[in-house]
Ligand binder design. Sequence first.
Ligand code: F6R
Length: 615
Amino acid sequence: MCGIVGYIGHRDAYPVVLKGLQRLEYRGYDSAGIVLYDDKDLKLSKTKGKVADLKAKLEQEISTNGNLGIGHTRWATHGQPNDVNSHPHYSNSGDLVIVHNGIIENYDALKKELKTRGYKFHSDTDTEVLVNLIEDVQVQEGVKLGKAVQIALNQTVGAYAIAVVDKKKPNEIVVARLGSPLAIGVGEDEYFVASDASPFIEFTNNAIYLEDGEMAVVRRGKGVKVRKIKDDALVDPYVQELQLNLEQIEKGGYEHFMLKEIYEQPNAIKDTYRGRMLANKGIVKMAGIDDNIDRIANAKRILIVACGTSWHAGLVAEYIFEDLARIPVEVEYASEFRYRNPIISENDVIIAISQSGETADTMAAIKLAKEKGAFAFGVCNVVGSSISRETDAGAYTHAGPEIGVASTKAFTTQITVLTLMALKLGKYKGTISNTTFMYHLQELNTIPDKVEMVLQNNEHIKAIADIYKNARNCLYLGRGFNFPVALEGALKLKEISYIHAEGYPAAEMKHGPIALIDEQMPVIVIATRKGHYEKVVSNIQEIKSRKGQIIAVVTEGDEEVRDLADHVIEVPESMESLSPLLTTIPLQLLSYHIAVMLGKNVDQPRNLAKSVTVE
Ligand code: F6R
């Protein structure tokens, strides 16, 4: 939610900040703004709309450059997305400018107090309150910008990643974080600040990730000074060398990031198990599990917390863990779990699944479970993310950056990691035989090639998309391991095409949803041969006899469902527990093509943002 970026150094700041905003646009895209310092003054421009709209505006408005600048791309929380509420925000004197990702929860009380001291507010944002609070501290206490930021932040409740500049001190940017990510790129006599490393990866791969509750003063020619916001203690910053490269964050010839990421899945799955699994030797090495094997294997219960697509991966994992490791699993929406006084004991292990590693609700759920003594394990994609740091141990998915707002490769790689975990625990506990263990590994090893084969059905899936693109509603049905895939298929369609879709366990149809079936209703059924096949065939017959349109995802060579369904999409034969890695792919492609045909913005669907750092 919201991306912030900043530059101070010897280059023109404008192109660096603008391109940085384009890279961060996945975080929010309802308005954007930039401020540049041109040796005399701050020049600010902002607008409702996308970074492209800002660029068009800037070409008319900003005639000057300068080598200090900060920018923002917004996902609105307080106040509508309009020009006035867009960031950056000036303080009343016009000396300070801020960009902010997060929410200042006590902004109303602070605003009232500032108003009594004569401050005026032009926007509805919490951010404008914060910049004036900082100014007020400067005025009242006569302190420098860094100190003023620190004192002001200690009066706030909420979450933030901020960058602040002061016209009177044009050689520094002050940044701080609590609950929202912030990275500082360290170049040769130049520094970058950003919500993630993508804006600066082409200039440097050295980065400092601020920890929660830290702030930094970044000074031209003088370096970076990091300290704790609460107690002022200086921190020795750890400069990390990033493995990211530019190619990974560009479209590479694909029309959309989502399509690129769908096609990346064979390699992403391989990257997830590479170095962890030696299928022929029967070895699974996962440091996060190996170092804590007794704690995790002896858990009385595993609690999985996640949101959205990651929650669906959690549901698949529930089946896999219970099947292989015989540990009871509960899968919870992080947003519900955190507020319902859950019963958690020291014998529980909580697994948090999150692509971004920044989802606020998932983060809060982990903190709650840890407070009650549970051991926390993170399954994240973004290296160094907040959740990966908050958890006691973890395993990265290594899917590479996922930029399309709709999750695709994150889902399949999460399932891959969770399968490896379950296998490892099952082997250790003796709940699966060595033969079963070996068989799973060998089957997992074949999955990337099988995903490749599913992708070859793209044109066929596109033709099906063309037939159903004008549907108003869709049902997705699956059973067992493929029930969560039905939920995920429906979510994909909803979020990028805005067509109403619901996922159900196929057998639940007759308890209500079957009333929806008529000749207008496309029903996408996952009917792989090994998964309760006969039962699903009966469910298909029930739909057919009510004139529903069936699109079935079936195992290669299937004849029975082919005779019943209006369309079939084949996937290669696989173990049922691994089939979600295959059956998900056609559903991703179907949604993608429908959304493209409807002219929707696939990579940046309306009202959404890639990482949800607010509740
Ligand atoms: C759906 C989607 C979201 C995310 C959810 C959790 O395509 O992308 O539902 O899955 O916001 O995000 P992470 O995994 O980053 O915690």
